[in-house]
Design a protein around this ligand. Structure first.
Ligand SMILES: [Zn+2]
Ligand SMILES: [Zn+2]
Length: 381
């Protein structure tokens, strides 16, 4: 069985599925329609199904080893601005990250694997997960047993930063860990004309924001990476009133757990020092959302060998400060998160992920399917 030839045979079917999902986007934990379609196909092809909310776990074959393939199914709360026949039919919702393509590619792989299940020497588990976009759907799937008995796990993301058709593979840290923070600086409000009778939290917040920039520039070792971004500030209502409080929100990113801890510790120290210097107080809460996505070196090399064996074009892919909840699977089971280039200037497919005009080069989706099928059969060999 040649996975590339098999995938090419169902190329149009994969595109049709992708378009259907694209027209009917569902955001995190609302993937009712999508998961129902996925489940129906999988049942028809002989998979053993376990539902985890709007997620689907599907097994086929048996044997000593189990390998898992994961696709995420959720869309984003974005109004699509593409003018294409398969444009989103749902106002304010759009598959702007490519999870429609992930679901379609893995469905394609499911079909091929089922057709050749007599050649399987182990078990293949497919994980169709909800809520990758800020919902940590991966955690729900793991709690629902998605990784029980699994020896290796692979995921595939369509990738704007790679030319169409190239499979991107990286050994080790690939995507950042991410957290969100909320900081509140409390002073003493009063008349805008009498600052001396107040503790004005606005200049204190300004000082704190500038000082937070020194975490990345002065505290994180230059050879490492870290991001602290204040992305929202709210304070005050009137031109002549000094407010009581400033509220700030933002995100932190890091590739190593130690750096994540360093950032969090320094944020606390800076806010404490700056507010104390001015007689104000602060509250800071930081929630670590997703750990860094770290590919197992052996599994990444295995993926490269698989791509080579079947003549699938592949290349290294640059790490990114974006985050991905696939990290939770990789914390527990060796595996790799791979990418499939979908950037195609000639077709005008040039907009980044989460952009209202994001699109994928559909003509290469079957290559993703081929890679998934090849990974499954080669791992279980
Ligand atoms: Zn995304
Ligand atoms: Zn995504």
């Amino acid at each position: 069985m040649n996975p590339v030839e098999e995938a090419l045979k169902i190329k149009d079917e994969i595109i049709a599925w992708r378009r259907d999902f694209h027209m009917h986007p569902e955001i995190k934990y609302e993937e009712e329609r999508t998961s129902a379609i996925v489940e129906e196909h999988l049942r028809e092809w002989g998979y053993r199904i376990k539902r985890v909310g709007t997620g689907v776990i599907a097994d086929i074959g048996k044997g000593k080893k189990t390998m898992a393939l994961r696709a995420d199914m959720d869309a984003l709360p974005i109004q699509e601005e593409n003018d294409v026949p398969y444009k989103s039919r749902v106002p304010g919702k759009m598959h702007a990250c490519g999870h429609d393509a992930h679901t379609a590619m893995l469905l394609g792989a499911a079909k091929i694997i089922a057709e050749h299940s007599d050649e399987l020497t182990g078990r293949v588990r497919l994980i169709f997960q909800p809520a990758e976009e800020g919902g940590n759907g991966a955690v729900k799937m793991i709690e629902g047993g998605a990784l029980e008995g699994v020896d290796a796990v692979f995921g595939l993301h369509v990738w704007h930063d790679l030319p169409s058709g190239i499979i991107g593979i990286r050994e080790g840290p690939f995507m950042a860990g991410a957290g969100i923070f909320l900081a509140r600086i409390t002073g003493k409000g009063g008349h805008g004309a009498s600052p001396h009778q107040t503790v004005d939290p606005i200049p204190i917040a300004a000082e704190a924001i500038l000082a937070l920039q020194t975490i990345a520039s002065r505290n994180v070792p230059p050879i490492e990476t870290g991001v602290v971004s204040v992305t929202a500030i709210h304070a005050g209502t009137a031109f002549n009133v000094i407010p009581e409080e400033v509220e700030m929100k933002g995100t932190i990113r890091f590739f190593k757990h130690e750096i994540g801890e360093l950032i969090q510790r320094r944020m606390g120290e800076i806010l404490e020092g700056v507010t104390k210097a001015h007689g104000a107080s602060y509250r800071l809460s930081i929630e670590e959302l997703v750990p860094p996505t770290v590919n197992d070196v052996r599994m990444a090399r295995f993926a490269r060998r698989v791509a080579e064996k079947y003549g699938l074009r592949h290349d290294d892919v640059e790490p990114t400060m974006g985050a991905e909840d696939f990290a939770f699977y990789l914390q527990r089971v060796p595996g790799a998160f791979l990418t499939l280039g979908i950037y195609n200037e000639e077709k005008g497919i040039i907009h980044p992920h989460h952009h209202p005009r994001f699109d994928v080069d559909e003509d290469v989706l079957h290559l993703g399917t081929a890679m998934e099928v090849a990974l499954a059969f080669e791992f279980l060999r």
